[in-house]
Ligand binder design. Sequence first.
Ligand code: SF4
Length: 696
Amino acid sequence: MTLTAEPTTTTAVATHCPYCALQCGMTLSPEADVTPRQFPTNAGGLCQKGWTSPALLRSPARLTTPLVRTDGELRPASWDAALDLIARRLQELRAEHGADSVAAFGGGGLTNEKSYLLGKFARVALGTSQIDYNGRFCMSSAAAAGMKAFGLDRGLPFPLTDLADADAIVLVGANPAETMPPFVQHLRGANAKGGLVVVDPRRTPTAEQADLHLSPAPGTDLALALGILHAVVADGLLDQSYVEDRTSGFDAVWRIVAGYWPEQVERVTGVAAADQRRVAALLARARNAYVLTARGAEQHATGVATVSAWINLALALGLPGRPGSGYGCLTGQGNGQGGREHGQKADQLPGYRKITDPAAREHVASVWGVPAESLPGPGRSAFELLDALGTEGGPRALLVFGSNVVVSAPDSARVAERLSRLDLLVTADLVLSETSALADVVLPVTQWAEEDGTMTNLEGRILLRRKAVDPPEGVRTDLDVLAGLAERLGQPAERFPTDAETVFTELRAASAGGPADYSGISYERLRDGEALYWPVPDERHPGTPRMFLDAFAHPDGRARFEPVEHTGPAEPPDAGFPLLATTGRVLQHYQSGAQTRLVAELNDTVPEVYVEVHPDTAERAGLAHGDLARVTSRRGGTTARVRCVGSMRQDVVFLPFHFPGAQRANLLTNPALDPTSRMPEFKVCAVRLTKEDGAE
Ligand code: SF4
């Protein structure tokens, strides 16, 4: 066994960062050292996470042998013993309780090939409808709002470099200065012209750089969008000809928005009416302008409506589908875009097809060589799936790939309790994450630089990530794991290939004719360096860097205004829980922190959870900077060190969500779900703040 990253080649490999959706270009040397590479999204830049990413290749924490729980302890086992055990238990549970008694959970960091094969494995080898993924927690509200408005969802329907010529950019609920720092250079053009507006309850490092920072109370940014739209119309800034020629539904929206005049909205949001009018004028007078949303707008029980409100604003100004302007969503996870296109989502089949669409079922079933009627229907969404585990009628076995739900799911104590009820919990993991520590079987798998695969970045551009180093001895790919299990479950070996390019070739066929059509993309074209943005419907097609220039994807070619109302947070503050907690990321960590907490340079800088509080709020709770505070919601509490931050709203506290155990910010969060996207309300819940020694 070796724990060093063994070179596969003697030359450096051009690749991409393993973490976020910016997918920065980097070069990995045979010794697994990283240097930044010129690539349009990062233009030669990397953040600390990218610079330190090889550390995990060499980490002594890597798992190198399957682990099987015996007498309460996870103990080393052979691959055959582990896979035989899983397959036997899955078959027993299916025989006793039906196919939906076994479930799968994927992740937005999995390659397109893994996402695709996992979806196929669930529907064909397990025959279950019970599959979803953690992207439901990240991007699904913008995806649903984009589908409603444009008939198609691609995070950015234009290359990121288009932002350089913008005169005005409104960034809603995004903090790229911390989450994806090289992104910030794309904002500089608008910033230099005084046109960068950041909407965020916190004065984040991104907000610090803005020309105008709007700080609405958490859960009120929908109302803010309505107020700005009201100002657009009232001040005569509506793009009347665009609205008439390219959209439908404006009148229904205006009937609602007419009641949201800026002074009224100021009372709801705390954002001055004059600032709302200023943003309206800034966007309307700009030659090129963009509205961009991210998790801050999405992670609400009204996330789809909130994103729709910002899209309505962009449509009223004639931005989407106009060269040099537009609306876009900043995808977070590395393959957040591709991960939502190829079938690991409860309601989807590959190519961004609906699993309820008879023609889609026929097409995909024919590629898979199975009868369409054998494919299950839609299953439960991510939180609903986790919440059903071990309950009456819910799944009794769960296979987890690329996700650490014990830390990343909302109301995480409840999720951990549900996991403990399972008859079988299996994880495929790099290291013993908090979820793997609870598993019955843990399978050690490869990571980014140890395998081939494609990713789809936040622009909808497909990237080839090539194998650069050999994995530690004893580790297998997720594709190997799926193939090994499928064969034991009676599937023909050729139905579950283990070679990434072979899987991608099948994915191309499965996606052909679908909204996210990859059929014209080949590894060969990607190896040749072609910049391919989907849809790419044939091998001579150049790809689609800019969407909607001629028409939107609805049958009539028009974009849809969506009438939406402000309702506020699902859990407003009250006497018992008088503050609003919001959660987010820090520069040094990624998602649940399972990877970045193992990188010393990152973890030494931010080793524990903290709570940002306005100094007056802290003082009222008897707390000072550096004290330990107890933050408590209706679901649970966490202990965090106080950071007094003068720019915080007095009614808001902030906690990063990367930390495990008793430090989990998600012990607090509210699993209230958006009715359409089923995304939980991570961004706001009611809490109280006390001294740690006063904890209940
Ligand atoms: S984490 Fe994101 S921003 Fe940082 S280097 Fe990686 S891809 Fe780039």
